[in-house]
Design a protein around this ligand. Structure first.
Ligand code: ARG
Length: 567
């Protein structure tokens, strides 16, 4: 029985809805409810007495009787519920039956768009872009699995006057050959140099603007060059998808895509009395909401990033996306608040969840993590090379004879990097330290992958890969105190996934998986599996650990991490 179902039943019994169903502390049941506090407050009575009355009524409910073997009062006013062995076993059986489908949510009507991994043309991909890719990809998988009708978009930065400067620099100082050999690095160099020059020479800035204006008007040469920059950049972006095993975006609506959609937005703002002129610039005044001034068009006529985002939101809404999620770092919090406010004033956002900024902190490298370079100029490629090298080294130490070491190392490296990111609350800044990232102990990707592989190896030794619990023999009597904590924890998986699909905090799924793996490891230390003499108990335990390995695999899969069979 899920938290939601239990909530419903208690609501019916008490006529109260403002209470919580939560997970109690270890050993104190599977679900806990605080409704008796609320009732006692209302009746000016004692929570314990109210709890007892409610428990009595609950015990008359058929579904409750089936689901729970024990319902008890827990001081000072909780009601705790313990699943019956039948429910626990049935759940484990379901896992073994449904395999990777276990926990999938019912189809939902909502059409959702999630935007992640939005690097900029002609600029290097930096570590911040790794986080949007990793978090966005995981959330896409989790929402999809939860039944949402979700698609992804990559809002590539490819428009704005800075491209005029780049065009100017390329035409005057660029070397085609050099750029083709090392496109992003060279184009970025050109861009940095020209910005330096423009600082001392306003004329250059003007020339850059003129180049962008020409591009906007469709100048052949500039358009060709700009398309070339985009193409060369995409070759780099593609590498990152591959490098990290990230799903390719379903849509590619870059900033330039909204070029012809901006005038209509300005007209609409004008019509709705929201657009103001200020020193020649076009703005929306958001002072009264504490959000300052939203600059949409500069006095020289240059359109801004924010304006493209407004046009983008409206366009995507017209495509049927009732919710839009943006996985973008926390430095852009202000701009997203402005975006949603303007859309709200225009009448395009009617409720809170329609636009959501999924914000995250900075990823930094610990001192000395990359000997050759410093700070954030480390590319994903360099980072993953290092991760692969270290993972391979560890695997060679741990398992000399493993076949396909390189392939396994690659999965471990990707898993370690992704999991390190995802296991932190996304708002926090994270510091990359290799001995933490690639640790085989603790709340890490390799620990979970290793636990999974360890179970698989036990199952191979048992030489029985069939569904241990699917036959008719009755395991209920074999369920003891050793099995219970694991069986009970397995029940939570679908709920954890659906919670993350709603709150967008993948670290909660990580925490769940880590706890599950730890529970397995304690279980395996205490209880014999392969050597268990009692046939039924042995079969139960094999089935149980098989279910655990399935859930670890499913959970990692939702985070975009593969679980090797052996490592
Ligand atoms: N390209 C931007 C950057 O690299 C991120 C784009 C964020 N998405 C958006 N719709 N504004 O910082």
């Amino acid at each position: 029985m899920t938290k939601a179902t239990l909530h419903e039943i208690i609501e019916k019994i008490t006529n109260i809805s403002n209470f919580d169903i939560s997970y109690p502390l270890e050993d104190r049941g599977d679900l806990a409810c605080n409704v008796s506090f609320v009732v006692a407050k209302q009746n000016n009575s004692n929570p314990k007495d109210e709890a007892e009355l409610i428990i009595k009524k609950l015990k008359d409910d058929g579904d409750i009787k089936k689901a729970f073997s024990k319902i008890e009062f827990a001081a000072p006013g909780f009601i705790n519920f313990y699943y019956s062995k039948n429910v626990l076993l049935k759940n484990a059986k379901e896992i073994l039956k449904q395999k990777e489908e276990f926990g999938r949510g019912d189809d939902k009507k909502d059409k959702i768009l999630i935007e992640y991994f939005q690097p900029n043309i002609a600029k290097p991909i930096h570590l911040g872009h790794l986080r949007t890719a990793i978090i966005g990809d995981a959330l896409y998988r989790i929402l999809k699995f939860s039944g949402y009708n979700i698609e992804s978009d990559s809002h590539i930065g490819d428009w704005g006057t800075q491209f005029g400067l780049l065009l100017y620099a390329y035409k005057n100082f660029g070397d085609e050959k050099v750029v083709e050999e090392n496109p992003i690095e060279e184009l970025n160099k050109l861009y940095i140099d020209i910005n330096e020059k423009a600082k001392h020479d306003p004329d250059i800035r003007e020339k850059g603007k003129a180049e962008f204006a020409a591009l906007e008007k469709g100048d052949e040469e500039n358009k060709k060059l700009w398309e070339k920059f985009a193409k060369l950049s995409w070759q780099e972006f593609e590498k990152t998808y591959e490098l990290l095993n990230i799903r390719k975006s379903d849509h590619n609506w870059p900033e330039s895509f909204y070029e012809d959609k901006m005038p209509a937005v300005l007209d609409e703002l004008e019509e709705k009395g929201l657009l103001k002129e200020s020193e020649g610039a076009k703005i929306v005044d958001l002072e009264e909401y504490g959000l300052g001034v939203a600059l949409l068009v500069k006095s020289d006529g240059a359109t801004m990033y924010l304006l493209r985002d407004i046009a983008g939101f409206i366009f995507k809404k017209k495509q049927g996306f009732s919710r839009q999620l943006f996985v973008v770092d926390n430095r852009q919090e202000h701009i997203f608040r402005q975006l949603f406010k303007v859309l709200d004033l225009m009448g395009h956002i009617k409720s809170n969840g329609e636009g959501e900024h999924i914000s995250y902190g900075i990823l930094k490298l610990a001192e000395g993590a990359m000997s050759t370079r410093k700070g954030t100029d480390v590319s994903p490629e360099v980072l993953m090379d290092k991760a692969n090298e270290l993972a391979l080294k560890i695997i060679e130490e741990k398992n000399q004879d493993l076949e396909n070491k390189e392939q396994v190392a690659k999965k471990v490296a990707i898993g370690a990097v992704k999991y390190f990111d995802l296991s932190h609350n996304r708002h926090s800044d994270i510091v990359f330290e290799w001995d933490k990232v690639l640790n085989f102990e603790g709340n890490t990707g390799p620990y979970l992958q290793y636990t999974h592989a360890r179970i698989k190896s036990i199952l191979r030794k048992a030489d029985n890969s069939s569904n241990e619990l699917s036959d008719d023999s009755d395991f209920v009597d074999s369920v003891g105190d050793e099995e219970k904590p694991l069986l009970r924890y397995l029940v939570r998986f679908p709920e954890v996934v659906s919670d993350v699909a709603k709150n967008h905090y993948p670290n909660q799924l990580c925490e769940y998986l880590y706890n599950l793996a730890s529970k397995f490891n304690s279980f395996y230390e205490a209880a014999p599996v392969l050597n268990e003499p009692d046939e039924t108990k042995r079969a139960l335990r094999l089935g149980l650990i098989m279910a655990v390995s399935q859930i670890i695999k499913n959970g990692l899969g939702l985070l975009g991490i593969e679980a090797p069979e052996e490592m």
